[in-house]
Every structure is written in C-alpha cells, then in structure tokens.
Design a protein around this ligand. Sequence first.
Ligand code: DLL
Length: 419
Amino acid sequence: MAALQLKRLKKVVKIAWTRLPYYRAKMEAAGVKPSDIQTLADVQHLPFTTKDDLRGCFPYNGFAAPLEKVVRIHASSGTTGQATVVGYTRRDIASWRELMARLHTAAGITSSDIVQIAFGYGFFTGGLGHHYGIENVGAAVLPVSSGKSERQIQIMKDYGTTVLICTPSYAMHLAEIMAKTPDRERIRLRLGLFGGEAWTEGMRRALQSGLGVFATDNYGLSEVMGPGVSCECVEQNGMHLAEDHFLAELINPDTREVVADQAAGGELVLTTLTKEAIPVIRYRTRDLCHFLPGDCPCGRTGRRMSKVSARSDDMLIIRGVNVYPQQIEQALLSVDGVAPYYQIVVSRTGTLDELEVLVEVTEGIFFDEMTKQQALKEKIERRMQVELGLHVKVRLVEPGSTPRSEGKAVRVLDKRRLK
Ligand code: DLL
C-alpha cells in the first residue's frame, strides 16, 4: 500500500505543479518542487489546501483536466460564501462508484437488498454518490431523495425497503414518524447507512432501536470526492479509509504540525491520490478524529479513523471553555428519558455568554408532575457540568418543538452572531 501511495503521490504532485497555477504558486512560496517528494513522509513539506483556496478557483480554475474530459459537476454551497465546485472525469466517476460499492459491501448490503436513498439528489454528493455504488453492488436503488417524510415511510412499506441511506438527523426524524405509523410491521428495514454529519454513539443507539436497523457510519466530503472516503464495516468500530485513493494525515490544527500520537487525534488532512479532474493536496478538512490502532476483526487491513468527534470550526467558546456540539449530544443522550431531539442556543447577556440547551423529553415525562420534570432537568444539568466543565442551562420542551432536519441538522442557534 505504501509503495502504491508513494507512486500515486508523486504523480499527483507533478500534475498539480504543471496544471494548477494556484497550487504551484503555493509550492514555490514554500520552496518545494515535485522532485522533493521521495518518501511518503515528504508529503509534510507540501503546502496545505484550504476551502478558501478552492473557493478562489470558482468555478473551474481548480480543474486539472480540460472541461471536455469532465463528465459530472457537483458543488458544496456551505452556509456562507462562494460555492466550491468539484468535477469528475469518467475515470473519477468509475473510482467513486467502486469506492462506494466497497463501502456498501462493508456495511453488509448485498444484491438482494432494496435500498432507499433519502439523501438529496443534486449538487450535493450524498444522493448520486451512494446511488452509483448501490447499482454497482447489484442491489436495487429507490432514488427517493430527501423530504416528504410521510411518503418516505409509505415507500418503505410499499416497496419493501431493507436499507435506508441518509443523514443520521433525518433518520431520527423518520424514526419519529415511523413510531406513529399504524402498520409498522410492514416495514422491513434491516440496515441504516448514515453519514454527512457528525453523530454520537448515543445517537447510534437511538437510531438502531427507533428504526430497527443495524446502523453504520460513513464519511466523506465533496472537496475530495464526496462520500466514500471512509466507512464502518459490520464491526462498528472505526471507519476504514480508502487508502489507495486518499493519503490521510492528522495535524494539530493550531501548530499545523503532523501529530506524533495518532491515537490522540487531530485534524484530518487528505490528499487525493487518483482524482483526475480536481486533485487536492493536503486538504484541511477541519474534521477532528483519531486513528485506531490494531487490526479490524473484519479482515480489512489498513488504517481506520474514529468517528468524527467534531469540526474544529464548530467549536463554541463559552466563558473561556471550549465546547463542541457533539459533547453536548453525548452528555444528553446518556440520560434516560431524553429524546434525541435538541437545540443548542448561545446568547450573550452583557458580556457574559450563555449556553442553553432545549431538550425534548419523552411524552410521558413532559406531562408528569413538575417535581419529576425539575429532577430530570437538574440531572441533565449535572451531567453537562461533569462532561463539559460548564454550567449549561437546560430547558425541557414539548416533544416535537425543536427543528427537524431533512438533510444536515443545524444544532446551534448562535444569537451572538445575529446581533
Ligand atoms: O457530506 C459527503 C457525504 C455525503 C458524506 C453523504 C457521507 C454521506 P459535504 O457536504 O462537502 O460532503 O460535507 C462534508 O460533512 O467535512 C464533515 O464535517 C461532515 N461529514 C460528512 N460525513 C461525516 C460523518 C458530504 N460520517 C463535511 N461524520 C465533512 C461526521 C461528517 N461528519
């Protein structure tokens, strides 16, 4: 694998040098040239690529292949600013399809499955990315796309869906609707492949019991391809990286040095090794994770990354304490009686930041007497204090009152930014 990666790395660096002016300028500024790449460790001498670099290439300046070789274009809009455009040559699409089929097979999908894709189809890579992999495995795809949640459930019943693919937050919303559906026994779901956003083990438990599935995680980002960068297998213990297509490093996001202890973790940095249309070198994903030691009992060799614990740019600083939304989710879902629907609200009174979490409770508890509600609220607040080292105000709210997502959930309402 290392020999293959080195061969591919040398090639991609040469291509970037000759065909990507923005990247060549960076290399020249850093004083490195393609011939300096002699070992895999030499990747560390190469400059990073950031989302802003790619935005600056809008729409086609980051393409290393001529447009007539490009057969597909996706884009990631993000919440602010210019979209990042990604292109694929025929070969890129073929590798993507192959990687997706690997992912689906690792998660247990076979040609007998009926797979409902409830990711958005369109510029977002989730829908079409998964679609082609499923076809490659030979299972049947139901290309439903996201939204129209009641209809999603009806389709599951009518078509005998066995696998659901979407974001974990949308899956949670579907679970909620499913709980109220009259003839639930008609639903034959057995697997759930969830990705596109961070989710905790507590959310996995809630999804597995709510939907009656075995749930696995899969990770990717449009800048380097889309889904398919890494995926869990049936061991549910770390995501296998597609190392023949991506070279993965972990860096300390502050010093930008490669971390010595990979098990301790850092920010994931990815270099595409085979992409033709848009090769990306040392892309700073902002996603925090660690690498898992040892081999996976499934028999796949190579490196596994942990679930993504957070995005470095999602970090909230509350009265000097760093808090990630996933830590809040983890603390919350470890308390009995809490439904996995919540919203984080950050506000400022005078100079003081406040963190409030609106937590939906199961119907029984909501209609319980005040003393029981108060006890639960205090229990959650204590758990938050222990886990986050911060006093968090908890407000118990009625079931169904926090926003539901059909794609990626927006968990944080930062009122400080609205002022
Ligand atoms: O979300 C690609 C994708 C689609 C992956 C469907 C998996 C399934 P983007 O819209 O460019 O691409 O967003 C990429 O989403 O940098 C992470 O922050 C986050 N993300 C994606 N998958 C996971 C995951 C797609 N499994 C950004 N766990 C990434 C945690 C994830 N975060």
